[in-house]
Design a protein around this ligand. Structure first.
Ligand SMILES: Nc1ncnc2c1ncn2[C@@H]1O[C@H](COP(=O)(O)OP(=O)(O)OP(=O)(O)O)[C@@H](O)[C@H]1O
Ligand SMILES: [Mg+2]
Length: 506
């Protein structure tokens, strides 16, 4: 385990930072001290204030009070441009890329290399240097690809390339790993080690505590807008961190309740699409949670999209409640009682400019309407119930979703789909970006779904969650089902064996 040079002076000090939004005290007298060459973790529950503190440091948000010092000198960080000039870079939790520009243009946005002819950009240099940065990150990606054609993970890598290509002394990474594959995560960690060796200070935000223990030197824990403590990572364990984050002991992390299993809700027979899915045959029953495990790229999201009608299929058949159906669009799927909580929740799940209440009830206004009038009070009550159940942190159900913290936005998407009362709900990475405490609440809601007879397909890369919540597990590999494991039989080792192309045991 490497650690920062002992006693090295702080490159950054934030002192007594306070920030209030209407109805929310986001930060209260927060101090943060970061040393050169250290990776400093910032952890806390959804809405604890992590992103707000970092946006203030990056000049993207004004603070109410408090001081920022770099190398002991007070500085003004009142705009992103100023922050950049001071050597502070940030990778935002919500990406900040320009969708119709390509990767290279995004990486060099605002500081394009100049050609000999005044007023012209030296595109040759820009592409060469961008490609070099991307290659060093170990990603397969052409720097000339427009950003709106990249996957979420690739966009994340462009964000990382953009932040690290500047000569920064402080790099803030706000949940950089949430969408990355294991391979990309390794590349990111190698990059972080290089940055560290160069004396760069990295602030690292993540809800995955194992990452904190792997890559970080010190950790600052936040709760309810306050700093709880800062400690050496070596001096604390996982339970200590969780206790500091949630302010109580978390006992039952995965509270599985087995529901009575009923009739098949969904049956697929020889379902496939050339190049993506081959011969998928499965069924999922009332009251059942079917876990789908596999490595990133194994075709799990493709399967979800195909069932939901978001992508076409060219072979096989599908039944809902025993009757053959043709799902040609998400509208068809929704009409049949199928819901999909996507991996890319911000892109596909929310109307950011609308209230929490409207987002939750949007997909199911029929339930609330009598004679075409929406019952406003009933709508608010429904929204309040989900805000309570999922502990969505918001001053009221009328808050614009854009103003919620990243994890709380994700909970709104979950609430929306839970409220549609679908008979089949497909969750693609349901707890990604969700803090440890709120994960348990999401599992409880899955229990409620199955208790009322709904069927659930849960795609997840978190093995403890797959093992803990599934009644049955399918493992996918290269677009096929590589094997099936019962709840009683499944272990991490067996899942990984199948996921990496190993044969099912006889
Ligand atoms: N622009 C805004 N307007 C109003 N409230 C805001 C705004 N930005 C953040 N907040 C509120 O400030 C609090 C802290 O939010 P912040 O985004 O800093 O949380 P976080 O720790 O990053 O959470 P997460 O883990 O979910 O990303 C939350 O209650 C959030 O709703
Ligand atoms: Mg955040």
């Amino acid at each position: 385990m490497s650690s920062a040079p002992v006693g090295s002076a702080p490159v950054l000090e934030m002192r007594h930072i306070t920030k209030t939004f209407p109805g929310v005290q986001a930060l209260q007298d927060v101090d943060l001290e970061v040393r050169a060459g250290e990776v400093h973790a910032l952890v806390g529950e959804n809405g604890a204030g992590k992103s707000t503190l970092m946006k203030i440091l990056a000049g993207a948000q004004p603070r109410d009070t408090g001081d920022i010092l770099l190398n002991g000198q007070p500085v003004h960080v009142d705009s992103p441009t100023q922050a950049m000039a001071l050597g502070i870079s940030i990778i935002y939790q919500e990406f900040n890329l320009v969708p119709y520009l390509n990767a290279a243009e995004n990486i060099f946005l605002g500081r394009e290399p100049r050609a000999a002819v005044p007023g012209f950009v030296d595109f040759g240099t820009m592409y060469r240097e961008s490609q070099a940065i991307i290659d060093r990150l170990g990603v397969k990606l052409d720097a000339r690809t427009p950003v709106n054609r990249l996957s979420v993970a690739q966009q994340q890598m462009v964000e990382i390339a953009k932040a690290t290509s500047r000569r920064s002394s402080i790099i803030i990474m706000d949940e950089p790993s949430a969408t990355l594959t294991d391979h990309e995560l390794r590349s990111l960690f190698n990059l972080i080690r290089q940055l560290k060796a160069d004396g760069v200070a990295v602030v690292y935000i993540s809800h995955r505590l194992e990452e904190i223990f792997e890559i970080c030197d010190r950790v600052t824990v936040m709760r309810d807008g306050k700093r709880i403590d800062t400690c050496d990572v070596n001096a604390v364990n996982r339970d200590d961190l969780i206790r500091m984050m949630v302010g109580r002991e978390l006992t039952q992390m995965i509270p599985k309740q087995v529901a009575p299993i009923g009739e098949p809700v969904l049956e697929l027979d020889g379902f496939g699409r050339t190049g993506a899915l081959t011969n998928i045959t499965l069924q999922v029953r009332q009251g059942e949670i079917l876990g789908i495990a596999g490595l990133v790229g194994a075709g799990r999201t493709e399967l979800a999209r195909a069932i939901f009608g978001a992508d076409p299929v060219d072979s096989g058949s599908m039944k809902i409640d025993g009757a053959a159906v043709h799902v040609r669009s998400p509208q068809d799927a929704i009409a049949l009682g199928i819901g999909l909580v996507t991996e890319d929740r911000k892109g596909q799940g929310l109307v950011l400019g609308m209230a929490v209440r409207e987002n939750i009830t949007l997909a199911n206004l029929r339930e609330l309407a009598t004679l075409n009038f929406i019952n406003g009070r009933a709508e608010r009550e429904v929204a309040r119930k989900y805000v309570d159940d999922l502990t969505i942190r918001t001053p009221s159900v009328e808050q614009t979703v854009r103003n919620l913290s990243g994890g709380n936005q994700q909970k709104v998407v979950l609430a929306k789909w839970l409220y549609t009362k679908s008979k089949l709900l497909i969750f693609d990475e349901p707890t990604r970006g969700i803090d440890v405490g709120a994960k348990t609440e999401i599992y409880q809601l899955m229990n409620e779904l199955t208790a009322r007879g709904a069927a659930v397909i849960m795609i997840s890369s978190e093995l403890p969650e797959v093992l803990g919540m599934s009644d049955r597990i399918l493992v996918m590999h290269e677009g096929r089902i590589a094997g099936e494991l019962s709840r009683a039989d499944a272990t991490q080792e067996k899942i990984m064996h199948l996921a990496t192309g190993g044969q099912a045991a006889a």
